[in-house]
Design a binder for this molecule. Sequence first.
Ligand code: SF4
Length: 256
Amino acid sequence: MLIPTIPIGIRAFMPSSLVQSHAAEQFSAEQTTTEQPVTFEQPALQRVSRQLEKAPAKEIVRWALDAYASQICVGTSFTDTVLVHLVTSVDPDVEVLFLDTGFHFSETLQTMKAAQARYRLNLNVVRPPSDAPDLWSAGSEACCAARKVDGLRHAMADNGYQAWFSGLRRADSEQRSKTPIVGTDSRGVVKVNPLANWSDQDVADYVAANDLVVNPLLAQGYSSVGCWPCTEAHDDGGRGGRWAGTAKTECGLHLD
Ligand code: SF4
């Protein structure tokens, strides 16, 4: 399977081992001398992911920003601002997407405003159409599809994004335990997960070291924060409070 094209600048900031790896992908001379995008096959992407496995998160961010230039954005739920801070500390202009489902806690919207003011974010708040189905009328799958998945898909298509940064961590849940550093989802979109191998302690340390804005709900027993109708306080360090009591564990943004 071919994934979307990646700008050619991909090699400029790569460790020499990765440059060698890409050389093995046999880019043509024509492809490597201009800003023409090149096609990057899935095995090469998997190889890059493995080679970035032990790289510091900021190095992963630099790789992705160089690879995708203006064709990458950041997705955030504003549970905390670790990913946003990490990426914007490298590129302050990168667009930050927030999917405002219409059902967020007021604390989450406060966190968004505080982060925007503090970090001067290039923030794009994506809202669903006024007639989008909700979970009471259509069920949670349709609600998440309309208010999250479609919003991301449209925002990425409208802006020509080929990739996005996600804050997925393997420590989040069993379903996320095999999260790659770089991967693609079922839609063929490239997802870069610089925090994939961070522990809860790594997150706490980064928040403390940088005095980051965090969602006040974290101090009220919520270890993961989503929409208020679908999130309960659940201080397990994971996602146990999301869609609690149901079989649902993901909204659809991260299903591969
Ligand atoms: S998490 Fe709940 S309220 Fe939010 S979009 Fe999904 S179903 Fe709707």
